[in-house]
Design a protein around this ligand. Structure first.
Ligand SMILES: C[S@@+](CC[C@H](N)C(=O)[O-])C[C@H]1O[C@@H](n2cnc3c(N)ncnc32)[C@H](O)[C@@H]1O
Length: 278
């Protein structure tokens, strides 16, 4: 069977599964065939092997059942780099690139800053993107999920950052004596009841998304833990939902009454990042 025949035969089962099903399936095919998407689109006459047909049918069935594309191809792009992802990690989101951009621009203005902590690192996308763009920094990247840390480890090795990105298993603050210049946190912040109504519920790890009744359980605990130990001059950057701005500002102000607090909007013009300069 050639590619054209395969697509004609299978399309009724996957067309319309998502708004981007045609694009998704071309990405899936390009992954299975090990060819570019452009090649796939221009080689409809290509004869598929039995193994390729079986693998494609298997993946299309999972796709039809709602498994997100990044998990089917095992990788996803973030900040211009390709990261391994599995069902143990959140799929890196474009809006999180704002955190990387803001931290990099802060690091540029603070040339003596060298130690960064990334709490809830997941695939390691924030920690690794920072380390790749700023060669002088060392990043401690922590997560409560060992399965996520194993994926982050693969990414650290892929980018050969073993000497500058240290992975640590911990809940919130790792027990390190080190004082950090920057603390990044993209912790789960979706309110539990709201999460249950979202299409991503059950498809990406609940541990990475569920922030408790108002979504701020983890940030509340984080600011409590940070308050006694963060030195003056440190930047704390937290990804949030726009509905949480006022409560997050209150939390930050309570922990650090003298801090400079700012909220940055993402590309969709939604308030997304809380920056606290202690
Ligand atoms: C929203 S995901 C962010 C993942 C990654 N940093 C990103 O931006 O794509 C939140 C991460 O926090 C981790 N996490 C959840 N509870 C935690 C806790 N108490 N301490 C540390 N990490 C936690 C989850 O396992 C998950 O990897």
């Amino acid at each position: 069977m050639n590619l054209d025949e395969f697509l004609k035969k299978t399309s009724p089962s996957w067309k319309g599964v998502t708004e981007t099903s045609e694009l998704d399936v071309s990405v899936l095919i390009s992954h299975v065939l090990g060819r570019s998407r452009t090649w796939v689109l221009s080689h409809r006459e290509h004869e598929l092997s039995t193994t390729q047909i079986q693998e494609l049918e298997q993946k299309l069935e999972l796709y039809r059942r709602g498994v997100p594309l990044p998990y089917l191809i095992g990788k996803w792009e973030f900040f211009g780099h390709e990261f391994f992802v599995t069902e143990a990690t959140l799929i890196p989101r474009p809006e999180t690139e704002l955190m990387v951009e803001e931290v990099l621009s802060w690091l540029e203005k603070h040339p003596s800053a060298t130690h960064v902590l990334d709490i809830g690192t997941g695939s390691g996308c924030i920690a690794i993107s920072l380390a790749l763009s700023c060669e002088r920094i060392c990043v401690v990247a922590s997560d409560i999920s060992l399965a996520a840390l194993r994926v982050a480890q693969r990414n650290v090795a892929k980018f050969q950052l073993q000497k500058r990105v240290l992975l640590v298993s911990a809940s919130l603050l790792p027990p390190l004596a080190k004082k950090f210049d920057v603390i990044c946190a993209n912790l789960p912040y979706i309110p539990s009841e709201r999460l249950k109504r979202l299409p991503i519920y059950g498809k990406e790890p609940t541990l990475a998304l569920d922030g408790g009744s108002d979504g701020l359980d983890l940030y509340r605990a984080l600011f409590d833990a940070l308050q006694p130990s963060v030195p003056k001059g440190c930047l704390i950057a937290c990804e949030i939902d726009s509905a949480q701005v006022s409560e997050m500002k209150t939390l930050a102000r309570k922990a650090f009454p003298e801090a400079k607090i700012a909220v940055i909007k993402d590309l969709s013009n939604r308030e997304r990042l809380l920056k606290v300069e202690v």
